[in-house]
Design a protein around this ligand. Structure first.
Ligand code: GLN
Length: 311
């Protein structure tokens, strides 16, 4: 059975979408219709199929456009995430460049950002000397969290760290695209390495630490969708036996890097609020309290607010 369309056919965008939706469905590709709509819209220079002018939906595609759709669709048949195929994706209204194997920001992480913004603007979190918070992001990936906080908190400054070179480069590129380079420091750093935090001391103690760390339980890595397993860097996902390896390293940074009464906001697995709560009880030396747990849009407890109560 031939999934490709004859190049010379006078097919409209709508017909091409239908064709590839059927191909993707037949091959068991998830989100078949959304995938084909994104691909066709992208080739026609739009972000979404819905935003295409009606005339562009009914007009025949040129042979070159048809060939381009075929090429991008062949990547989707190999289970490449649509975000990598398009090479960009929106997060909190910002258009970010995406490139494998850098972690693709998920919609629930937008909820983490919204929570941080709410807490900062309602001032339950401390503000930095310059009128806005100094924020550390651990594991910045494409820069999604850091850049959306910077763009919505005009006085804030961010130190974004990641141990992956591809992530550091992509955050840099996205900061440049969004003209936010003047308020961000992007630092290659592995927080699990002994004493690595000392490289961050020159910027002074942080008001906030934010992270969507790798938190997947190691034994669950096998069950991830092929889109994730074959394309995204496992280092951004695998949190070790109980998904806590990086989380505990971040919490242990607090005495060195976090201001008294500073806050840590984390995205975690639904099993983590309990695990993190009891881990914190075993580490009274860190003076950290789990002050709030928030649910994601599916009702699962996924976000933690941890506050430093001072020495
Ligand atoms: N929520 C992500 C996923 O399921 C995992 C995110 C992470 O480990 N930081 O793919």
């Amino acid at each position: 059975w031939q999934p490709y369309l004859p190049l010379a056919g006078l097919l409209s965008a709508t017909e091409v979408v239908s064709h590839w939706t059927a191909v993707f469905e037949k091959r068991g590709i998830p989100e078949a219709q959304a995938s084909s709509e994104y691909i066709v819209a992208h080739v026609l220079g739009a972000k979404t199929f819905q935003s295409l002018r009606p005339v562009l939906r009914t007009q025949p595609l040129s042979p070159w456009q048809l060939q381009h759709v075929q090429k991008l669709s062949s990547y989707r048949l190999q289970r490449m995430p649509v975000q990598y195929i398009l090479g960009e994706w929106d997060f909190q209204g910002l258009s970010l460049k995406m490139a494998p194997p850098v972690f693709i920001p998920r919609p629930e992480t937008e909820e983490l950002v919204e929570w941080v913004l709410k807490e900062v603007t309602q001032s339950s979190c401390p503000m930095g000397a310059q009128g806005g918070p100094l924020i550390l992001e651990v594991g910045c990936g494409s820069g999604a969290i850091s850049l959306s906080l910077l763009s919505q908190l005009p006085q804030s400054r961010v130190i974004a760290v990641d141990k992956g070179e591809a992530a550091i480069c992509l955050t840099q590129e996205n900061a440049q695209r969004l003209r936010l380079l003047d308020r961000i420091q992007i630092v290659p750093l592995d927080v699990t390495l002994e004493g690595s935090w000392s490289h961050l001391l020159p910027w002074g103690p942080m008001d906030l630490v934010v992270s969507n760390p790798p938190y997947i339980f190691h034994q669950d890595m096998e069950q991830l969708a092929p889109e994730i397993r074959s394309y995204e860097d496992p280092v951004a996902l695998d949190g070790g036996e109980e998904g806590m390896d990086i989380i505990t390293h971040i919490l242990a940074l607090a005495p060195w890097l976090l201001k008294d009464s500073g806050s840590i906001f984390l995205e975690v697995d639904p099993r983590h609020p309990e695990l993190v709560g009891s881990w914190l009880q075993s580490r009274p030396d860190l003076s950290l309290d789990l002050v709030a747990v928030r649910k994601d849009f599916c009702g699962r407890p996924r976000f933690l607010h941890i506050r430093r109560s001072g020495p």
